[in-house]
Design a binder for this molecule. Structure first.
Ligand SMILES: CC(C)(COP(=O)(O)OP(=O)(O)OC[C@H]1O[C@@H](n2cnc3c(N)ncnc32)[C@H](O)[C@@H]1OP(=O)(O)O)[C@@H](O)C(=O)NCCC(=O)NCCS
Length: 144
């Protein structure tokens, strides 16, 4: 809990990271590490009498990396009221026994939701890698 008597956001992030790791390692059958977390959105607070429900989705894989979406809802234990409180995207990289990135299996899409997540994941990946490249360029060109 934090000073507002609501659930500490860092705890939610850490739990999502841990659950997403399980998803990544089950898909790849390799040790995985988190390489990036983005689009973190704390949408609403969770209180002491809420039950938190964690939903993880493996959205897409590329070479050695995978995007896993996390969505957390809070359910009031007495009224049954459900609120969407948190979402984020975790990128994991699978590593071989030498700690080098290793290729992972493709993700199959069986329904419209999975297809949408799969397609959206490519847009987010392009944006992540473009920003990384842009910042690298910017810092290469600095004269300080
Ligand atoms: C993960 C790690 C081994 C990757 O090393 P690297 O030199 O960046 O390797 P590469 O450039 O080959 O990138 C590997 C993959 O990560 C992806 N990647 C790297 N940085 C990324 C970023 N900021 N966002 C999204 N993807 C990224 C690359 O696109 C590549 O994916 P692909 O194989 O699917 O195309 C290295 O960054 C690392 O050890 N990071 C620390 C991990 C860690 O300690 N996490 C916290 C505890 S789990």
């Amino acid at each position: 809990m934090n000073a507002q008597n609501t659930v500490f956001g860092g705890m939610i992030m850490a739990k999502c990271d841990r659950l997403a790791l399980v998803v990544a390692e089950r898909h790849s059958s390799h040790v995985c590490v988190t390489v990036a977390v983005d689009s973190i959105h704390f949408r609403a607070p969770a209180k002491g009498n809420d039950t938190l429900l964690f939903n993880l989705s493996l959205n897409r894989s590329w070479g050695s990396s995978m995007e896993i979406g996390a969505r957390v809802t809070a359910e009031n234990s007495y009224t049954g009221d459900v609120r969407h409180i948190f979402s984020a995207y975790f990128t994991f990289v699978a590593l071989d026994e030498n700690g080098k990135p290793v290729k992972v299996p493709a993700v199959s899409t069986d329904n419209d939701t999975q297809k949408r997540r799969y397609e959206d994941a490519q847009i987010r990946r392009d944006s992540r890698l473009a920003m990384r490249e842009q910042l690298a360029d910017h810092n290469r060109n600095r004269h300080d």
